[in-house]
Design a protein around this ligand. Sequence first.
Ligand code: UTP
Length: 296
Amino acid sequence: MLAAMSNETTPVRKAVMPVAGLGTRFLPTTRSVPKILIPILNVPVIEYAVREVVNSGITDIAIVMSRGMEEVVGYFGERRELVDILEERGRTELAAMQRDIASLARIETIYQDEPRGLGHAVLMARDFVASEPFVVVLPDDVIWSDVPATRQLIDVRTAQGGGSVIAALEVPDDVVSSKGIIDGEEISDGVFSVSGMVEKPALEDAPSNLSIIGRYVLEPAVFDYLEEEHTGAGGEIQLTDAIEATIGRLPVHACRFTGHHADTGNPGGMLEAALYEAGKDEGLRELVRAAISEWE
Ligand code: UTP
């Protein structure tokens, strides 16, 4: 049966963060540390994602993980003993920061027992989502922006009368064949009506240079397709296939968000993210400049 489409005015309150992948590009660290607990300088990637969605109006978050990754949700726990010690030592600001981390949102754990693809990970959150519009955030994709990227997508959904919205970014030709690429028509500045999506196309077959980035606002109607467990590219259950299956029945848009993006799911992207953060601090800028000057 077709899940009912929520109205464009239905507030988007729930976020699903799938993090159950193997993280092979971060081996050997991911033998024991979940990829999203690796920090950009001193703040783990997952905290960026949680803050972004909270600043976008989300109150409830489900983190879809594999067994053994519980510390990801544990990170957002109270840590009362630590806070007491910090206070005893007069580190009140640091103590307040710890309390803030523990009060950001309601965060729950959902398990995906086998890594059968992003679509399958989202399917595991079906009961959590129930019948509301929701966002999917891939925390590896870190986005710095004045208006949080998730909020930009929710605003496009409202303006377009509901349906799904996918985050998009123009990428250079040489990376097109490693990305999910959007086929669509720009209907207003940075907003595209989506007619299709293709996973990792050869450059000559790519319909555009518009790459899918890990932020989606979705209708619960995507579960109709995910429940059928179709395997797509790479033998995995693909979220993009489920979104594509709703085209024609529901609006599907892409939003070329404004902001700075880094893919922290690989060491190079993580380095880029660390340099971006370092650029905000004069002391760290000097440190980076001095380190680079040693290269030649
Ligand atoms: P990636 O393609 O980045 O895969 O998944 P990965 O396993 O995390 O990393 P590599 O490629 O082996 O280095 C995109 C997102 O989808 C999640 C991942 O955790 C990541 O957030 N995912 C992927 C799942 O939750 N379950 C899956 O079965 C597959």
